[in-house]
Design a binder for this molecule. Structure first.
Ligand code: NAD
Length: 414
């Protein structure tokens, strides 16, 4: 990673700039950008061939002024301390934007799950829980899925924690299988939340559906978003990418079919009803909305000038660098920022946690309805802040969030 694209540096600079604009004192700004706790663990596990391999894991707890720490766990070869710090910081402000009483955290393990068996992944997950057991808990720090982690992994997580705690502790982790206390609608929550934000923006700007759409990243967030807007909003998906490459068909792609192809071949590339392109090429194609659902730094100052989309929806965390943001603003491209656009995941995680604590089960319809209310309200509040201060939606979202976190810090500590 180039130093200038260090996501934690970018995240801190953004907080500092906006907090200074709001007249917040330096000592509080320091609290707003500094993680409260950082844990690094060494995870030796026996691989299937009998050899011992030692992995490194992190859990970063950024801020709990507004409630217990909350944030996903990423399994990826590129996981590093500053990435996890940035992801933890963003969680604090995301929870504040959607007004749920939770703080921010994130975890990660440096590993390549694509080269590991299910049994190895289970041993790694259980070892990670053993090592971070002391700092997590239903009222302390509640993890969830992120890149390359899923409901099965969250199920192992809950089981291992419960064994150590000597009691069933469903509320220690969210994104679990339904049978283990997971919530209906969690699997699609990030995508569903993004869809609600997109439609709230269209309604407010008077722009009509459907939209020609490009999807970068075809995992949980990207593929579910494509399926939802294709089916319900009749949006035309003209291009899709994953880590191996991209596909393009100006007449539209059926995301269900592409997903079947990806499941059987391991990638979207070589899908027969489209042309295959290098993965970065589709970012520069003309479209109404570009949906970023992969990793950080997808749009930097190197490619920002070539973006032709009218809108960008950030389902990924931190996909646009600060410099790129400036360029996109000058080009009048409307960015629906990550701490608003992808907050659906943590909102339904919050619903799952509440259901676990109260021993309740809500229907899919109930979850979707509650999520819609939260996301539409958050969009409205962000928009109001942006208009009040004459700033873009990202800055509006941060102003909304920072004001709430600062109030909580001051009430609690000073
Ligand atoms: P995932 O592992 O299910 O999917 C990630 C996808 O991105 C995969 O298809 C992968 O092939 C693709 N990818 C990786 N690098 C790429 C590249 N350079 N170009 C194109 N595609 C690339 O992960 P996910 O859960 O869908 O998360 C994706 C993003 O959404 C992450 O930034 C994550 O932090 C964010 N997010 C996820 C959730 C959630 O609930 N899963 C919630 C909020 C935010």
């Amino acid at each position: 990673m180039k130093t200038k694209d260090n996501p934690f540096k970018i995240a801190k600079e953004r907080i500092e700039k906006i907090a200074k604009f709001l007249g917040i004192e330096d000592s509080i700004i320091k609290i707003l950008e500094t993680p409260q706790k950082e844990v690094k663990v060494s995870l030796p596990i026996k691989m299937d061939d009998g050899k011992i391999k030692v992995f490194t894991g992190y859990r970063i707890e950024h801020n709990n002024a507004r409630g217990p720490y909350k944030g996903g766990i990423r399994y990826h070869p590129d996981v590093n301390l500053d990435e996890v710090r940035a992801l933890a910081l963003w969680m604090t402000y995301k929870c504040a934007v959607v007004d749920i009483p939770l703080g921010g955290a994130k975890g990660g393990i440096i590993c390549n799950p694509k080269e590991m068996s299910e049994a190895e992944l289970e041993r790694l997950t259980r070892k990670y829980v053993d090592e971070i057991y002391d700092i997590i808990g239903p009222k302390k720090d509640i993890p969830a899925p992120d890149v390359n982690t899923n409901s099965k992994i969250m199920g192992w997580f809950m089981d291992e924690y419960s064994k150590l705690a000597g009691k069933i502790s469903k509320a220690v982790v969210t994104g679990k299988p339904i049978e283990l206390g997971g919530s209906f609608g969690r699997e699609t929550a990030t995508a569903r939340g993004g869809q609600f934000v997109k439609n709230a923006m269209l309604k407010e700007t008077g722009r009509k559906k459907p939209l020609t759409t490009i999807i970068q990243g075809f995992g949980n967030a990207g593929s579910n978003y494509a399926k939802l807007v294709y089916k319900e909003d009749k949006d035309t998906i003209i291009a899709i990418s994953d880590s191996k490459g991209a596909i393009y068909n100006p007449n539209g792609l059926d995301p269900e079919e592409v997903l079947k192809h990806k499941k059987s071949t391991g990638s979207v590339i070589n899908y027969p009803k489209a042309v295959t392109l290098p993965r970065e090429d589709i970012l520069k194609l003309e479209c109404d909305i570009l949906v970023l659902a992969a990793l950080e730094n997808a749009i930097t100052k190197e490619n920002a000038n070539e973006i032709k989309a009218k809108y960008i929806l950030e389902l990924a965390n931190g996909p646009i660098t600060g410099e790129a943001d400036e360029i996109l603003r000058k080009k009048n491209i409307l960015v629906l920022p990550d701490i608003l656009a992808n907050a659906g995941g943590v909102v339904v995680s919050y619903f799952e946690w509440l259901q676990n604590l109260k021993e309740e089960h809500w229907s899919k319809e109930e979850v979707d309805k509650k999520l819609k209310d939260v996301m539409e309200n958050a969009y409205k509040n962000v928009k109001e802040k942006a208009e009040k201060y004459g700033v873009d939606l990202r800055t509006g979202a941060y102003i909304l969030a920072i004001e709430k976190v600062v109030r909580a810090i001051k009430e609690k500590c000073f």
